[in-house]
Ligand binder design. Structure first.
Ligand code: C2E
Ligand code: MG
Ligand code: MG
Ligand code: MG
Length: 292
């Protein structure tokens, strides 16, 4: 790239580079401050049972409300948080806050939902992870079955040996483990039988063109049957239309997430959603919720 055709364009490129570096540095500083000032928020997106239309869990998704830039998307600031190590502190807050939120929902009489927390690779490898999870659950007086962790294939395969023992430990505690963005990360499937997993989440990129692309439809079908043969539940990400949902139902997919039900919303809006969908369903007991 440095071999830009003319001096002019090279200079232009160098300028852009330094702008990008400045931009990043400034975001990095702002992020540090945001963590200190508590400017990060969690929004929640429902995971819905396709069979019953019931909300079974809430995926906690980070939102950064920047004072001048507005809402900064996680795809922009999570990589920075990873590089700087800030992710450990942020991730700990996410775990504590989402457990606290579920406790608050239980105490206010909402039907029980599990909370799903995304873990980045660095956070997953961090020595304190299990202790932090334990103390987040204890603080909120939650059974481990209320917590689900979402990990990507690459986060798990980064140090497969260590992952196996961490996951074994968490799973024995009763924490649920999901593979996020399944199908995009790692080419070997042998890890699926090595680790104690509960769910595969089919990446949004396969769901987007499900109705028009026979190749994507084949991949989705294959993932669903693979998951079921391994006795895992399968969740489709990024469902936006009734047609996609109908097709996934036909294929036997267990749960879905996506704008068709709701994007990630602030806690109060999530409560409203729970109330609305609850109206025409029989009560779900805590025991039922924890069983699946
Ligand atoms: P992810 O865990 O795969 O989350 C799914 C992303 O897809 C979310 O983007 C969600 O808002 C979006 N999404 C959900 N349904 C639809 C849909 O129907 N259509 C479309 N177009 N998009 C949909 P978001 O919130 O921007 O998060 C992006 C990624 O940032 C997440 O991907 C996750 O990897 C990461 N992330 C978010 N929160 C955290 C966190 O607390 N910790 C860590 N380590 N990563 C996080
Ligand atoms: Mg996720
Ligand atoms: Mg995902
Ligand atoms: Mg994703």
């Amino acid at each position: 790239v440095a071999k830009a055709a003319s001096r002019g364009s090279y200079r232009f490129y160098a300028l852009e580079m330094s702008n990008a570096a400045d931009e990043r540095l400034s975001l990095e500083n702002d992020l540090r401050r945001a963590v200190e000032l508590g400017q990060l928020e969690l929004h929640y997106q429902p995971k819905v049972d396709i069979g019953t239309n019931r909300i079974r869990s809430a995926e906690a998704l980070l939102r950064w409300r920047h004072p001048t830039r507005g809402l900064v998307p996680p795809n922009v600031f999570i990589p920075i948080a990873e590089d700087t190590g800030l992710i450990v502190q942020i991730g700990e807050w996410v775990l504590r806050e989402s457990c606290r939120q579920v406790r608050a929902w239980i105490d206010s009489g909402m039907s029980p939902v599990r909370v799903a927390v995304n873990l980045s690779a660095k956070q997953f490898r961090h020595v304190d992870l299990v202790a932090v999870i334990r103390s987040a659950l204890e603080e909120a007086q939650l059974q481990p079955g209320y917590l689900e962790l979402e990990l990507t294939e690459s986060a798990i395969m980064d140090d497969a040996e260590k992952s196996a023992s961490t996951l074994e430990f968490l799973s024995t505690m009763g924490v649920h483990i999901s593979i996020d963005d399944f199908g995009t990360g790692y080419s070997s499937l042998s890890y699926l039988r090595r680790f104690p997993l509960d769910k595969l989440k089919i990446d949004r990129s396969f769901v987007r063109d499900l109705m028009s692309s026979p190749a994507d439809a084949s991949i989705v079908k294959a993932i669903i049957s693979l998951a079921h043969n391994l006795r895992l539940r399968v969740v489709a990400e990024g469902v936006e239309t009734a047609e996609q949902l109908g097709y996934l139902r036909e294929l036997g997919c267990d749960q879905y997430q996506g704008f068709f039900c709701s994007p990630a919303v602030p806690p109060s809006a999530f409560e409203a959603l729970l109330q609305k969908l609850r109206a025409d369903l029989p009560e779900l007991t805590e025991a039922d919720m924890l069983r699946t």
